[in-house]
Design a protein around this ligand. Sequence first.
Ligand code: NAP
Length: 286
Amino acid sequence: MKIGIVGLGLIGGSLGLDLRSRGHEIIGVSRRESTCKTAVQRGCVDSASVSMSSLAATEVVFVCTPLGLIVPTVKELITFLPKTTIITDVGSVKTPIVEAIHPHWQNFLGGHPMAGTAETGIDAAVTDLFVNRPYVLTPTPTTPPEVTNCVEAIIRDLQCQIYFCQPPDHDQAVSWISHLPVMVSATLIHACNQERDRHVLDLAHKLASTGFRDTSRVGGGNPELGRMMAEYNQEALLKSLNQYRHDLDRLIELIKLKNWQALEENLQKTQQQRPDFRVCQDYSRE
Ligand code: NAP
């Protein structure tokens, strides 16, 4: 197929590498000329330019720009496309994107490949980024089935695990397992650094080991991404944060009351529940 990719960064570039290796012709569009050149040199795309008019003859376009630019990008893109072209995106929040695009383009399907690395930009693009990773598609009742089938067939070839759900369900689920952890982890780093005794703080910095490394990792990531999670997924994130605060208050109460039995029972329950989260199954005994 002739496939367009707008936004040649980590996700767009990686998609390009894999889709090209499956025999598709990939036409890239990015903001900077230098990125377009690198994308061609690295084999992410067959050709690339900074002009969306180059996508006029594509059958499917993946929009892989930063989250806040997906809707404006699609609005510009559709001025160059025939009505038959299918557009899909990779944004990590779905409801505001799907709601904003549907009135403008019938053949749109929201998507979210749940894969990434700590790096960004075209130099970070890698092959097989999506293998065995979840890829969520969010068709709505008005999405034509042939649009869903077409995007599904393209991404199934990447060996990812495809899930279908409604945009609000996606947003609440990723709020629990991705956006809440970022906020909790960032708060952990901040709270530790509130220690007023300089000597104790220095000691804590030096003693921090694997437990702190694991629990602080996502809170020490890209601040721009964290801000976007909150900005575009505000409602779901607030629901998750309020529940978290409620649970934390309960924990504080148990410790205040020296109710060690109830505390241990709580921890036994969470120990048993952790393997329910698929990614944790191999690590449930760590
Ligand atoms: P990224 O590495 O920063 O790539 C985005 C690229 O978009 C940039 O390299 C930039 O290329 C290009 N761009 C910026 N503005 C543009 C514009 N107006 N028109 C065309 N291209 C433009 O970011 P990413 O991590 O790939 O994320 C892209 C999307 O994937 C986001 O919507 C994010 O929510 C989603 N996502 C990310 C991850 C993750 O873990 N990173 C996972 C799943 C989904 P230039 O060099 O040309 O400026």
